[in-house]
Design a protein around this ligand. Structure first.
Ligand SMILES: Cc1cc2nc3c(=O)[nH]c(=O)nc-3n(C[C@H](O)[C@H](O)[C@H](O)COP(=O)(O)O)c2cc1C
Length: 128
């Protein structure tokens, strides 16, 4: 899903995309947009994603005004991307991109196309 989001975002002229699986809280501040992918386990975000944003908060990393979006695979309730958007908006005062993209279990071709469209829309928003 992340690769599909990144691939189409990258195709929008002027956009530079980095697909990261690990980054420090401070590195979040290096980007104009953060598109976070996280699957839902036990009605929650994964602990690594929670830790990333918790540490960013403790370290007063400023993300104010940046664009935030979220996506994730889920089985039946899909809380993780919704929680991510809430944290981005309420805690970090980011400009969030709604709705979050939820894909049930493994994305099929249509699901991957939804991911690509998310990447395109965010990149185009930034370019405006
Ligand atoms: C132990 C366990 C707990 C899960 N809890 C939830 C849940 O609370 N809500 C939900 O929507 N899906 C839940 N799921 C389903 C996963 O979100 C789903 O399998 C998803 O595709 C996993 O993505 P991943 O393969 O990228 O880790 C759970 C799956 C497992 C194995």
């Amino acid at each position: 899903m992340a690769e599909a989001v990144a691939e189409r975002a990258r195709s929008v002229q002027g956009t530079k995309v980095e697909l990261k699986y690990h980054l420090t809280p401070e590195e979040l501040a290096d980007y104009d947009a953060i598109v976070a992918g996280d699957p839902t386990y036990h009605h929650d975000m994964t602990s690594s994603m929670k830790k990333l944003f918790e540490e960013a908060s403790v370290k007063n990393v400023s993300l104010e005004g940046k664009t935030g979006a979220a996506f994730g695979s889920y089985g039946w309730s899909g809380e993780a991307p919704k929680l991510l958007l809430e944290i981005m908006k309420e805690k970090f005062h980011m400009s969030i991109f709604k709705p979050p993209l939820l894909i049930k279990y493994t994305p099929d071709q249509a699901g991957l196309e939804e991911c690509r469209q998310l990447g395109r829309k965010i990149a185009e928003k930034l370019m405006r």
